[in-house]
Every structure is written in C-alpha cells, then in structure tokens.
Design a protein around this ligand. Sequence first.
Ligand SMILES: *Cc1c(COP(=O)(O)O)cnc(C)c1O
Length: 246
Amino acid sequence: METIRENLAAVHAVMEEACKKVGRDPKEVTLLAVSKTKPMELLKEAYEAGERSFGENYVQELTEKIKETEEDPPYTALSGISWHMIGHLQRNKVKYIVDKVDMIHSVDSLRLAEQIEHDAEKKGVIANILLEVNIAGEESKWGFTAAEGKEAALSVAKDLPHVRVRGFMTSAPYTEDPESNRVHFRNLKALFDETAKLLAAEGAPDAAAFDTLSMGMTGDYRVAIEEGATIVRVGTGIFGARDYSH
Ligand SMILES: *Cc1c(COP(=O)(O)O)cnc(C)c1O
C-alpha cells in the first residue's frame, strides 16, 4: 500500500503539472485534505507530511477532531490546522463550528447564511463562506442554481456584515471520465468571474475578498485546476477509500 506521504507527493505533482499546463502559479491552488471518516492517526500522518488544511463533512466528527488537537496528546502537536466544513450543514448546528473553522464551503441557502450571520455575530467573528452551486443541475444535489448563486452572493455581501462571501463551491457529478466535468468547472468559473464583477460594480464590501473557487475531487481535480479552481478537495486520493460499514 502507498503511504499517505507518497499519495500526497503524487497529488501535489499532479496539481503542479495541471498549473503548468495552463500557465497558472501553483501557489494559487490549495489542497484541502478531506479526512472525513478517517482516524486522527491518518490526519497526523498527513500533517507530518506538511498538510495544514483539512476538510470535514460532519459537524460532530469535525468538532471531536478539533477537540483532540486541543486536548489529547499526541494530537495537540497538530497546531495551526486550517479546518474547513465541506458537508451539508443544518442551521441548528452552525453554532458548534462557526468560530472553529476557517471556511464553510457548503452554504446552500440564504436561510443558512442568515443563521451563520446570527451565530457569527454572537461569537464576535467574521465567518468566511462559499456558496454551494449545483452547477450541473443535478436532481439529487444541494446548492443554488447558477442564477441564484450570483444573486445570493450579492445579497450576502451587502446584507450580512459577519459573513464574508469568498466565492463558490461545487461538487461535480460523479464520473469515471473527468473530461465530462470540464464544462461544469468552466461554467462555474465563468459564473465566478461574472459575480466578482457584479460585486465590484455594486461596491459590495466583500468584493475584494471574492477570490475562492472550490472545485475538483479525487477523480477530477486535475481538470478543475485547469479550469480555475483555487481549492481542490481530495480525500480518497490521499487517505484511500472510505469505509462506511461501521
Ligand atoms: C467526500 C468529499 C470530497 C472528497 O471526495 P474524494 O472523491 O474522496 O476525493 C470532496 N468534497 C466533498 C463535498 C465531499 O463530501
């Protein structure tokens, strides 16, 4: 079996190649190591190999892992982790994470954004968020339509002072052929550019901070980077397949 260190080196090599191919600076793209369902020993291995950004999907698992890094040796050695919430988030759970994560990628409704505003204000923080866009229009997926996403970004930027809208996130359709998702990544990048312009034109306070495009997973991150991703979310490609049987 490949070690996590080897997997990470391979992922970083692909990321650099993808950047090179399209003339992007590799520093523009951050790898988010998606550690959901994986034990702390494996996070520690990734940390020791140099990773500092971790993505989690479930509030309880996320808060437990953060607590371990705060209280439980040897995991207290894992200082300076940037935690990202990437899974579907219920409004009544926002309070548990709003001041603990650096970014919430999965904001899929204005009601959720308003809840984040409420809880962020209460805790005295500014919450960085991405709006989740269902760019392929899949029946089964959470998220704004493209048109709604643009409007939602403007209204969050204008109306919610404790929420900083940083960009968009999408989960493209599951596919064996990453090329088939290229069009979706390209469409989200186009929407991102249009929205950035709109925010600037409207003089929205968050306009200058609208700089993040979270797209691409193990199967398609190379294509996502070629199309403009600034964060790729890779789980299986680093930690191996997930086991949901227990
Ligand atoms: C699980 C998950 C990932 C990582 O998926 P892999 O295919 O294992 O790389 C990325 N983004 C989201 C939103 C996820 O839920």
